[in-house]
Design a protein. Structure first.
Lengths: 371, 371
């Protein structure tokens, strides 16, 4: 029985072969640079994908919340890193998890460091997050006062173990010059390592984003890389140049519910609650919420003539169809949509269907109210 | 114990009093117009909120997918209407549900009508969806050929029961002149009713959107109203003029994880996976992903000086803080965020915390893989 026969509503397909190739390629690049690959699992959020990752030598992972950490605990990871300025309301939960699982966290201020120094009951590693220059979060790279205050407070606790410095250059997603951002990251991390490695000889440096990790070859001595999105990639990354469309490992399967031949539009069951609202702008100014691929028994194919989702509401999507697509498509068919931002689409969908017709778990598929 | 003590991570608060007042006010307006209020529960997606609605005389509801219909089945609703062009891959599920629950659906083409005429095993009502003019979905109001084709095919089946015409003027969300859209809806529905009521004396007309239902007083003879968002409202609706900010019934409680006094920013745990990505543009061009309210034992208060979330990523939000907010706020505090689009925030969060500290269910909190 084909996986296609399982589908009656919007369903996120995963092509295991593509996903494994993405993991394998990045693991090889890390190895070539003598780096450890510690992928950010905010994208896949799946123990099953974690099992594939282990086959490429991946031993540690990163997550973006303690809830996601809880999902991966006890799953054989050496360390789970929570790449979010630690939320001080979750110390109790952190103490609970770190009893049985090595955890590391990120610190950006003395207030939270102080609280942790007082209240931690097990050992927890920490990175100091450095602001990569786009001002979302982190300590400014030259704010040695704050860095040293965090270090000084952490040393009052036997449970807080300094691991190193972490930069996530999220602005590389929007940047014209990914190489320049990459050079800045290398310079910042190497400067910090030089400055503090006498006192902390085991400190490591880590950088994170998918564009630099995908497009750069030389990592200038950074110890660890932590990209996330690369495990699936998406149209945004293809646009940046991090991947080709053939490297995108997930596609949303959507039922066709109506066709308007005059307007050349196809109405699909597939909207914001499935794809999320991420959008690319076409050269002619039109919006693109995802691109159509043709589904078959073996997965999907990218058609020669492009068609894309031009508008979405809560459950609906409207495809502006090429002549080729219009000819081929009937009400009741299934189409595939390559997502603009796969992390968000996966978070919306909360489960994957493999091309073998098996359901693959996602952390958010397990509902827990309050962590 | 205050509800506040339950919160350690982003949590969607619901103020039952405000929510009930919204339901009550709309039910009174419907009654004044001799209309039936059949709210669209895509916003609340909650049996508990359904129980409140019943106290204001509401007997039928609308949902946006068969999955959501399944969640509300057997919960005492006279009819559950699925306001989405019926997805022909879900006939089996429809047959299953309609054995024990009166269901109505929407039709927009002959292909799906034909399929249903062949395959339905229980009686299902249907509305013909009329394109309100913004071209998302529905039969053009003057396309009598298509309307009559759908009616003719439906009459070949003992199970397909024509109920009437449905318009959802989703474009009123973005329109300068809500009254003009409202007049168009009335004219279209009355014309169709006049034309077809001799043959179908029981046909009803229904209109849907929150802006027209909130702002208009006279509904010109339309039989039923089906707004959704009004049950919570949000900043978008307050901006349109459908409500005041004091009518917004939900707020996202978020932990403060860092404060930058120089930049006057507050970093919160609360991002796109919680609020969704809806955004309003401030008069000065800045983005607004949600507005700050102050939480207390009894709910929330709107502060005199506005502060709003100026940027978000997957888990992070950055508030541009007023002087007042900056003075009052400390790392580890909780703030409230009024959402830009409450339907999407509720769909992201999948549960509500009442001001009594009780969890209130949301349809998506029950995970079912494939419906």
């Amino acid at each position: 029985m084909s996986y296609l026969q399982h589908i009656t509503s919007p369903t996120l397909l995963i092509d295991e072969k593509i996903c494994r190739a993405n993991l394998h390629r990045m693991a090889q690049k890390a190895a070539r640079n003598g780096m450890e690959l510690i992928p950010h699992f905010k994208t896949g959020q799946s123990k099953a994908i974690g099992a594939w990752a282990k086959e490429y030598g991946i031993k540690e992972i990163t997550v973006s919340s303690i809830k996601m950490a809880a999902y991966f605990c006890g799953n054989g990871w050496e360390t789970i890193h929570i790449a979010f300025p630690f939320n001080p309301l979750q110390i109790r939960k952190l103490n609970e998890l770190s009893q049985n699982q090595k955890i590391s966290i990120q610190l950006v201020n003395s207030e939270v460091t102080q609280l942790l120094a007082k209240k931690l009951s097990s050992t927890v590693g920490f990175f100091i997050e450095i602001d990569a220059g786009y001002g979302r979060t982190g300590v400014a790279v030259s704010d040695f006062g704050k860095i040293e205050e965090i270090l000084r407070i952490s040393q009052t606790s036997e449970h807080l173990q300094f691991r190193g410095f972490y930069i996530h250059a999220g602005h590389s997603y929007y940047a014209k010059d990914v190489a320049a951002i990459h050079e800045q990251n290398i310079a910042a991390l190497n400067m910090l390592k030089d400055k503090y490695s006498t006192e902390f000889p085991n400190l490591v440096t880590r950088t994170g984003d998918t564009p630099t990790c995908s497009m750069m070859e030389d990592f200038g001595g950074i110890d660890q890389m932590g990209p996330g999105n690369f495990v699936f990639y998406d149209l945004t990354q293809a646009g940046i140049g991090s991947c080709t469309k053939a490297d995108i490992a997930v596609a949303l399967a959507v039922p066709v519910v109506d066709i308007n031949p005059e307007k050349r539009t196809i109405l699909i069951h597939g909207g914001r609650v499935h794809l999320a609202k991420d959008v690319l702008i076409e050269p002619n100014g039109e919006k693109n919420f995802g691109e159509v691929v043709m589904l078959s028994e073996n997965g999907w194919d990218i058609p020669e003539s492009r068609s894309f989702v031009k508008s979405i509401s809560q459950e609906h999507g409207i495809i502006q169809a090429s002549e080729e697509l219009l000819q081929k498509t009937h009400v009741g068919d299934l189409l595939g949509i390559l997502p603009v931002h796969s992390c968000m689409t996966a978070d919306c969908m909360k489960a994957y269907l493999s091309l073998n017709g098996e359901w693959i778990d996602h952390a958010e598929g397990l509902v827990t109210f309050n962590l």
